[in-house]
Design a protein around this ligand. Structure first.
Ligand SMILES: Nc1ncnc2c1ncn2[C@@H]1O[C@H](COP(=O)(O)OP(=O)(O)OP(=O)(O)O)[C@@H](O)[C@H]1O
Ligand SMILES: [Mg+2]
Length: 232
């Protein structure tokens, strides 16, 4: 028997997030303890208002917890400086949103290039990364198309290319197929699955059980608490 050590992508301990609005406080995350293995494909389901986007913002270094720690590798997102968090977002974390968030006046290649902007790479390396990312999402022949000249599924693939061009450690997605019909959804799932098989850690928030069925690990977040429903 061989023992294989699994690297951990994220380790969360005692994570809470409380939003204060005038007299009202909302506890969006109520004490999350969670480890996510490097190379895993995790989905997060749960009722609206359950805390899914709040948790994804923590994982994405877009927000800090009210209490607890969020370790990405050896960096604690709760304690890191703003400069460290921007560097993490620029270099280590890819983000994909439901609404694609592409710039309509730029071509697919130029949109992907936007994700590389903070890395200050030289031009040949940028061009190499853009071509590689668009090829990996199956859009090698669409470099010069603007978002309006692409299908919804293709637009989301450009957004994924933009997120992976930086060669991030993790890819986070909030309802990446929420605006797509079933065939485009399956197209995006195929792309995500391939990236995961190549070693990319995926955390995907979804309302869609068809998406969750493709994951290796399924989590549910309700009332700010997480449970593992992989075998449920
Ligand atoms: N910026 C904010 N200010 C105040 N309350 C907030 C803020 N963001 C989220 N909340 C509250 O925190 C709770 C969790 O919200 P969150 O957006 O994480 O839910 P969600 O699981 O992503 O829901 P959905 O499935 O509808 O996207 C909700 O009660 C929400 O109203
Ligand atoms: Mg949400």
């Amino acid at each position: 028997m061989t023992l294989t050590a699994t690297a951990t992508a994220y380790r969360l301990q005692g994570v809470t997030r409380t939003y204060r609005q005038r007299e009202r406080t909302v506890q969006a995350l109520a004490g999350i303890d969670l480890e996510i293995d490097a190379g895993d494909f995790v989905t997060i389901q749960g009722p609206t208002g359950g805390g899914k986007s709040t948790l994804l913002q923590m994982l994405g270094a877009l927000d800090r917890p009210s209490n607890g720690s969020v370790m990405l590798g050896d960096v604690d997102i709760a304690q890191a400086s703003n400069a460290q968090l921007s560097r993490l977002r620029a270099e280590e974390i890819g983000f994909v949103f439901q609404g694609f968030n592409l710039i309509p006046t730029l071509t697919a290649a130029e949109n992907v290039d936007m994700g590389l902007e903070p890395l200050k790479l030289d031009r040949p390396e940028r061009l190499r990364r853009i071509a590689d990312a668009l090829t990996r999402v199956g859009l090698a022949d669409r470099h010069d198309h603007r978002p309006g000249e692409l299908s919804g599924g293709q637009q989301q693939r450009v957004a994924i290319a933009r997120a992976i061009a930086k060669q991030p450690r993790v890819l986070l997605a909030d309802e990446p197929t929420g605006n797509l019909d079933e065939s485009m959804r399956d197209e995006i799932l195929d792309v995500l699955e391939t990236l995961n098989l190549e070693g990319l850690t995926l955390v995907v928030v979804t309302h869609d059980s068809a998406v969750a069925r493709r994951a290796r690990r399924r989590l549910r977040l309700a009332g700010g608490r997480v449970s593992d429903i992989t075998r449920g």
